[in-house]
Design a protein around this ligand. Structure first.
Ligand SMILES: [Zn+2]
Length: 832
């Protein structure tokens, strides 16, 4: 008999899985849902371009209501965006967004896949996107994802027929998906993949449409009336105590670095998919129509289904362990399946159910969060059988050294067994994100191992096989080695166990700017990955640069301890730029990596290895004025960049701004999106304008145009105009303007080597007091003249600029420094 009242007592999956690192311990309702999923043999794949593109309502619906195996293929990891929660950008942001996607999937019940495509930033047209990506390779990865995941149904987020109407990556994702649909089943396409997988033909392809893709709701209804498959994605799940859309909002709220935290929603709501290709469903409202999604789908599956459907119907929520004998019987039959695809999937699913029904707790927790190749590490084991079923622990096998340690322990009900073993980390590889191991291009990450392509993260290298006998049946349950400990103010913490280098080094600044030929001191922090590490550090610089001393020795006695060494770098007399590399040598081996840890509470701790290096730039730059007041907006590294070229930058607390304390600054600069995020600014505007009127320089960097008033002294209309092509020609409109002449002469050459884009959210109309200085545009678009506007106001200058200084300065772009120095020097000609 099912005891419905217990549902409400059951612990919710959601509250557990938010602590991403912690092992999932399933309550009865969750075990029951896992059994429902075990008994559904249908698969759907959702395809789009970025983290946050995915429709979590539809993914959650198909995974939880339909019980389908559900995947999301995001072509990129979202490396090109901005980070609202910390300083990580580019590949490190991609690491965070990868984990945010995984966190979202833990909630909505999907799996996550990627291609090697690099999110190089905003792209207005899929033609441009597919030129910068390697189209053939991304196509190969889409085909690979389909052939390995083997979906019955594919759903595109975007419309493949409307290039130019959204981000080029979006349309490209749909175009590639549509094209891949016709290639995946052909054994002559991407033949090299067939060494590892088979061809696969999905049954049908849909487009997840909505009124967003039409001019308005009425147009949507008119165009699509009766033609679409509709789902009520607001459906309520009593087993969870949640509506599907609540679940979906919780999932998409994991995209915190994109500011996607949001309130949950409830109530009936429709999602629509439009049929594009393949076998048209007979039952319009069932995307799996005509596809056998029962156990009979697999040869030999019928008898397995006979056992498992019975368990589903008669599930005992109070004593789930009662089902173990039958589950073990089904497990043995699953192991015999000829179909290796379904065998692997169902084996994994049923093992999880068996483990949960037995209340079996298996843990392998290392003494430390990392080890180095070929060293040993101590691992603490905990094994508890919390059921009355006979379970024996026969042995354990470490995947790192393939060593099996015999145990032969009968696990008595609820008697905890603890033991400690030493394992050898036999490997030559580190556990860092695999796609960052080789140098990437603008459009592509480089991954040569076909079996890694598509995986969301590097498979954990250190695992333990627990070789058990449950109710007489041998079964192997595998667990990752973790690091478990407690912090008094945080509680219990689980972290992944990492394999890391013996020595890592870190340069404090990733870009070193020399505005003259004076030597600069450069500090290198050396970290030990094990006890008693000795060695030498040296720096490699381009020809014409000098470094002293040649080499510095270090000696670190304890693991994770650090030592800092100092070098002096002298730049050449003239303009030059290159790369500074740190090389550590220990016991005859070279170590060239920096270790970066990313630690946020909504995702597991991440450990990334990047080349230990910095860009070094010798500028020919002049500046007038030195004291800069900086009001931080959404966060940018412009203040650090200005300090590097000798400015004294004071971060101003907006609350403390008044009529008196601004006068001492040679210029006041507002960080990116300051008016969007600093609410107090609106009340301080009068002081800022008074400062300008008395002769000051106010530099306002870009704000987004959504509901914001930048309160400029003369009218200015923000727009969404942007120039995303960093190579777009920059035309000078007012050659004589001081900003292009003093103290540095700015020429078109200074717009070479910019990164990612020219600028964004340019004003598109302004009053006559402003002088537009530059003109630029993306290919095929009208001229955009609002990137840099300057107006005289009283005795001073008001400057509004959407140029991407926040990207260019930290990247060490020499022309951007010269232009910014000129902005800060405006009006000071003759005052030297
Ligand atoms: Zn997107």
């Amino acid at each position: 008999m099912k005891r419905i009242s217990l549902f409400t007592l059951a612990f919710l999956s959601i509250s557990i899985s938010i602590f991403a690192q912690k092992p999932q311990k399933l309550a009865s309702n969750q075990i029951y849902e896992k059994i429902q999923k075990l008994n559904f043999l249908g698969t759907a794949l959702y395809i789009a371009a970025h983290p946050d593109d995915e429709n979590t309502r539809l993914i959650a619906y198909l995974a939880n209501h339909e019980k389908a195996r559900m995947g999301y293929l995001s072509l990129t990891r979202g490396d090109g965006g901005q980070n609202l929660i910390g300083p990580e950008i580019r590949e490190l942001l991609g690491v965070i967004r990868t984990q945010e996607l995984l966190a979202a999937r833990r909630i909505d019940g999907g799996q996550q896949f990627f291609t090697r495509a690099n999110d190089f930033g905003y792209s207005k047209h899929p033609d441009e996107t597919l030129e910068i990506w390697n189209k053939e390779k991304v196509m190969s990865d889409v085909v690979w994802a389909i052939r390995t995941f083997k979906p019955d149904v594919i759903i595109n987020r975007f419309n493949h027929r409307t290039p130019g109407s959204t981000h080029g990556h979006h349309t490209a994702s749909a175009m590639l998906s549509v094209a891949a649909f016709d290639l995946v089943g052909d054994k002559n396409q991407f033949k090299e993949q067939l060494e590892f997988t088979e061809t696969w033909q999905p049954k049908r392809l849909f487009f997840n449409t909505s009124s967003w893709f039409y001019s308005n709701q009425a147009a949507f209804e008119k165009a699509t009336k009766g033609k679409l498959t509709a789902f009520d994605v607001g459906i309520y799940y009593p087993l969870k105590g949640l509506s599907n859309n609540e679940l979906a909002s919780m999932a998409s709220s994991q995209h915190l670095c994109q500011g996607f935290g949001r309130v949950t929603t409830r109530g009936s709501q429709n999602e629509y998919v439009a049929f594009l290709k393949g076998d048209k469903p007979k039952d319009k409202n069932d995307i799996f129509s005509g596809i056998n999604t029962t156990w009979n789908r697999v040869k030999g599956g019928g008898e397995i289904g006979a056992i498992l459907y019975k368990i589903e119907t008669n599930f005992d929520f109070v004593k789930p362990f009662k089902h173990l004998p039958k589950l073990m019987e089904a497990y043995r039959m699953i192991q015999q399946l000829e179909n290796t695809h379904w065998r692997a999937i169902k084996e994994k699913q049923i093992k999880e159910i068996i483990e949960a029904c037995a209340g079996l707790y298996l843990e392998a927790s290392a003494d430390s969060h990392s080890g180095i190749p070929n060293a040993t590490t101590d691992v603490n084991f905990e094994v508890v059988n919390r059921s009355t079923i006979a379970i024996e622990l026969i042995s354990i096998t470490s995947t790192m050294d393939a060593k099996t340690i015999t145990k032969e322990l009968a696990l008595e009900t609820n008697k905890k067994v603890n033991f400690k073993e030493t394992i050898t980390l036999k490997t030559t590889k580190y556990s860092d994100p695999y796609w960052l191991r080789k140098k990437a291009s603008l459009g592509m990450y480089r991954v040569d191992d076909q079996n890694l392509i598509g995986k969301p993260e590097t498979p954990r290298p250190a695992k333990i096989h627990f070789n058990l006998r449950i109710d007489q049946v041998p079964i192997v349950i595998t667990k990752n080695v973790v690091r478990r400990y407690a912090e008094r103010d945080k509680g219990e913490i689980y972290e992944p166990f990492e394999i890391l280098p013996k020595v890592t080094t870190r340069l404090q600044n990733k870009v070193l700017i020399f505005s003259d030929d004076v030597a600069k001191k450069v500090l290198v922090e050396v970290s030990a990955g094990a006890d008693s590490i000795v060695g030498n550090i040296r720096l490699k610089v381009p020809k014409s640069w000098q470094v002293s001393p040649k080499e510095i020795s270090f000696n670190i006695s304890q693991k994770n301890d650090k030592q800092t060494v100092a070098f002096f770098i002298t730049p050449p007399k003239n303009r030059s730029e290159g790369t500074l590399r740190v090389i550590a040598t220990s016991a005859g081996k070279e170590y060239k990596k920096e270790l970066i840890e990313i630690n946020y509470s909504h995702i597991p701790k991440q450990t990334v290895l990047l080349g230990s290096q910095a860009k070094i730039v010798r500028l020919n730059i002049k500046s007038v004025g030195n004291k800069i007041g900086y009001i931080k907006g959404a966060g940018d590294a412009v203040p650090e960049s200005l300090r590097q070229i000798g400015y004294k930058v004071t971060l101003l607390n907006p609350l403390e701004i008044n009529g008196d304390n601004l006068q001492k600054y040679d210029a006041i600069v507002l960080g990116i999106r300051a008016y969007n995020v600093v609410k107090e600014l609106k009340f301080k505007q009068k002081y800022l304008l008074a400062y300008v009127a008395k002769g000051g320089n106010l530099v306002v960097q870009y704000n987004t145009n959504r509901g914001v008033d930048v309160a400029a002294p003369f009218s200015l209309q923000l727009s969404r105009d942007r120039v995303t092509d960093e190579f777009a020609e920059v035309r000078i409109l007012d050659e004589k303007h001081p900003v292009l002449n003093y103290p540095n002469k700015i020429t078109p050459n200074d717009f070479k080597n910019w990164v990612q884009e020219r600028g964004l959210y340019f004003p598109d109309s302004w009053s006559k007091e402003y002088t537009p200085i530059l003109s630029m545009n993306d290919k095929g678009e009208s001229k955009k003249n609002g990137s840099l506007l300057i107006a005289k106001y009283g005795k001073g200058n008001y400057i509004y600029t959407g140029l991407s200084f926040f990207r260019e300065l930290p990247a060490g772009v020499s022309g951007a420094y010269k232009l910014f120095a000129n902005l800060l020097s405006l009006g000071k000609q003759g005052a030297e």
